[in-house]
Design a protein around this ligand. Structure first.
Ligand code: COA
Length: 156
């Protein structure tokens, strides 16, 4: 079964990878839907974020990379996808994600959201922390794999 894991991935972290690998193990196929938000300038461009995903996940079967603009629920409907996977690091994530899941379902009753609790060792990780640490030229290896570390070093 194909499930969708959407996000900005600015950049991809070990926290995202934890969810991606576990979702692939459970469902067989995972589509990584990279959000193209024209109103929000990220650190990495859409192409750079996709290239990093490709680099980090190149040899992994059952994982596909795509991008979308607009509402996630519309992307799901248009592509006939039914399951969104989201990772939960804490109750703060839960509050936010529950609203998102409920709103998405209002727009398409066929779209369900599955929550995976983050592995405890990755639950402190976020893309913004990785970006901040990199901006001070410090080691980001606790947050991101090597290809992303190198990309972050180049950015700063
Ligand atoms: N481990 C580590 N970090 C995680 C994580 C995990 N399991 N899950 C989320 N994060 C972090 C990311 O690192 C990122 O950190 P940051 O904010 O510090 O940079 C943050 O959580 C969120 O990033 P990401 O997972 O890339 O998702 P997002 O919040 O940018 O995007 C979408 C989530 C794409 C699902 C949502 O914004 C969306 O659907 N957007 C489209 C518009 C839409 O449909 N809106 C809803 C209307 S009803």
């Amino acid at each position: 079964m194909k499930v969708v894991y959407a996000g900005s991935f600015d950049p991809i972290t070990y926290g995202h990878l934890d969810i991606i690998y576990r979702a692939q193990k459970m469902f067989g196929e995972v589509v990584l839907a990279v959000l193209h938000n024209r109103n929000k300038q990220g650190l990495f461009t859409l192409n750079e974020r996709i290239e990093l995903l490709e680099e980090v996940l190149s040899d992994k079967p059952g994982i596909y990379i795509d991008s979308f603009e607009g509402l996630l629920v519309d992307y799901m409907t248009e592509n006939n996808y039914n399951i969104i996977v989201r990772g939960l690091r804490s109750s703060i994530d839960f509050e936010f994600e529950l609203n998102l899941a409920m709103a998405n379902r209002e727009y398409d009753q066929e779209v369900e959201t599955i929550f995976l609790p983050s592995s405890p060792k990755y639950s402190f990780i976020s893309s913004s922390l990785a970006r901040e640490v990199a901006s001070f030229h410090r080691d980001t290896s606790i947050f991101v794999p090597e290809a992303v570390q190198i990309a972050l070093e180049k950015k700063f």
